[in-house]
Design a protein around this ligand. Structure first.
Ligand code: HEC
Ligand code: HEC
Ligand code: HEC
Length: 440
């Protein structure tokens, strides 16, 4: 079940790709105060509402993204203020009930693919600001996305009421969240807004996050959201607050780690837009989350490896080779990766292409994220920087690698620069390649 469970969380990964920036309508004289509007927009960004409520290439907040869940595909709804297609008829009370309790305006239950369990922790003031911004700052879109139709018994929304009884919701914070001290603000950001645990915390059989394993690592559709507790061996206990701030702001810390897949999306659409004070609060809170050692990782994953001694001299051009079938891992690496990551694995001098040693993805005992990065590439826009690594899957426009070739290059990379050869097989790669999102 855990594998399927993660499909709920696919959303953030698929959503962002073709997103426009929030389309705000110009402020009118009768509009609510600029402060309230600005706060609402900021909360929407921190809560990353756009990630799920926008279809790939679709209009912001108009819904239509399919989220694969163990029960079937749940389609996100239009939450623009259009009265007929969106939430234009919602009162603030209706909105609050959806957001914090998972109850829709007509009284029916929302599926937990909407993270109301996390948003339940929002303060009244922030719910108000969010509501105000949605009603006045978001452009109405007169489109109704396809309706979710699940099979029995999940089609009975009432079953979600039972789920709610066993799922543990956040308790709403009280007071003005802008005045919280650093640690309380960090906790608020991590739990009620950014919902880091949605991906990084393993779930129990009822699909709820395991409270005693907060941020201890979990897989989601091929990717693995690693242990980010303060464990010095399995988690990020050796990271400084500045390291984590830089990671959340840019998606990249040279010699340590970078954010691809769902994390790249979270950085692009949400964390990179937070203020420095909020990033420091969030980082300080995350770094004191109790250590939970990892069953697979026994040594800090970012500390593995050293440059390969005999470096190849490369022209910097990508080599095109048409018959890779006979090549071993080292040759596949030289032909497809070395142009950017260097024959010796040290990356480019400006760290645009990262070094593969001292890289937590390569040093991890779980090769999942490395395989997913080779299959799907990396594409992230954050802080005005666009990073791009091509995909090597069957729709690659650079070089298609077979599953066996990807397995060999992955084994070569971890054996040479990381924690050893993990014996990845072509079947494993194939399985991950088919766990791609279903989009409308
Ligand atoms: C991880 C994905 C995800 C995120 C993030 C998310 N939502 Fe949702 N939301 C959903 C899904 C899925 C539904 C529809 C659930 C259903 O059909 O039962 C939904 C439904 C809703 C509804 C009910 C609308 C209706 O149909 O009447 C509201 C309101 C809403 N979301 C607001 C928000 C706001 C505000 C945010 C950001 C603070 C947000 N959502 C973030 C997935 C998400
Ligand atoms: C949508 C799912 C998702 C959400 C939400 C999410 N993460 Fe991640 N996170 C991932 C995945 C997947 C990776 C692995 C990325 C990679 O391999 O490039 C990751 C990687 C990381 C890493 C790098 C760890 C390492 O050892 O290299 C850190 C740190 C991190 N996340 C922190 C956070 C924090 C803090 C939050 C909340 C603000 C958060 N994440 C929210 C999925 C998520
Ligand atoms: C055109 C240049 C280019 C090529 C070719 C290339 N990479 Fe990358 N690689 C990058 C860039 C850019 C990043 C992203 C850096 C960032 O996230 O800031 C990256 C990221 C990575 C990461 C980190 C992924 C993660 O989850 O965070 C790994 C591992 C990696 N590359 C391995 C490879 C392997 C193996 C190959 C060959 C099959 C390869 N790369 C080919 C440029 C390239």
């Amino acid at each position: 079940m855990p594998d399927v469970t993660r499909k709920i969380l696919w959303s953030v990964l698929t959503a962002g790709t073709a997103l426009a920036t929030f389309s705000a309508v110009p402020a009118r004289a009768d509009d609510p105060s600029a402060d309230l509007m600005a706060r609402g927009e900021y909360i929407a960004t921190a809560g990353d509402c756009v990630a799920c409520h926008t279809a790939p290439g679709g209009k912001p907040f108009a819904g239509g993204l399919k989220i694969t869940t163990p029960m079937g595909d749940v389609v996100t709804t239009n939450i623009t203020p259009d009265p007929d297609h969106g939430i234009g008829k919602y009162t603030e009370e209706d909105f609050e009930k959806s957001l914090r309790h998972g109850i829709r305006r007509d009284g029916s239950r929302l599926y937990p693919a909407m993270p109301y369990v996390s948003y339940a922790g929002m303060t009244d003031g922030d719910v108000k600001a969010l509501y105000t911004w949605f009603m006045h700052g978001v452009k109405p879109v007169a489109e109704t996305p396809p309706v979710t139709s699940l099979n029995f018994p999940a089609n009975l929304r009432i079953t979600m009421g039972l789920w709610n009884m066993v799922a543990t919701s956040e308790t709403p914070e009280t007071g003005d969240s802008a005045t919280f001290d650093k640690m309380r603000r960090g906790k608020y950001l991590a739990h009620a807004l950014e919902h880091c645990g949605t991906c990084h915390t393993p779930r129990n059989i009822m699909l709820s996050e395991k409270e005693d394993s907060y941020l201890a690592g979990a897989s989601l559709l091929g990717w693995y959201a690693p242990n980010i507790t303060s464990s010095k061996t399995g988690g990020i206990g050796n990271w400084s607050e500045d390291n984590l701030v830089e990671y959340l702001k840019t998606g990249h810390v040279a010699g340590l780690s970078q954010a691809a897949g769902p994390m790249g999306e979270a950085v692009e659409h949400s964390t990179s837009h937070l203020t420095d004070d909020d990033l420091h609060a969030l980082a300080a809170y995350i770094l004191q989350v109790p250590a939970k050692d990892d069953e697979a990782e026994h040594s800090p994953r970012e500390q593995y490896g050293k440059p390969l001694e005999q470096a190849d001299v490369r022209s910097g051009e990508l080599t095109r080779i048409d018959n890779l079938a006979q090549m071993d891992g080292a040759q596949i690496y030289d032909a497809n990766c070395a142009a950017c990551h260097g024959g010796n694995g040290a990356g480019t001098a400006d760290h645009y292409a990262p070094s593969l040693f001292h890289n937590s993805v390569v040093g991890s005992a779980r090769p999942d994220d490395l395989i997913m990065a080779v299959l799907n590439g990396v594409d992230r826009n954050a802080g005005g920087v666009h990073v791009h690594m091509p995909a090597f899957n069957q729709s690659s426009d650079v070089q298609r690698l077979s599953n066996a070739e990807i397995a060999s290059v992955v084994n070569y990379v971890t054996a040479t620069f990381g924690s050893g050869d993990h014996g990845v097989t072509a079947e494993q790669v194939e399985k991950m390649g088919t766990e791609l999102p279903k989009t409308p």
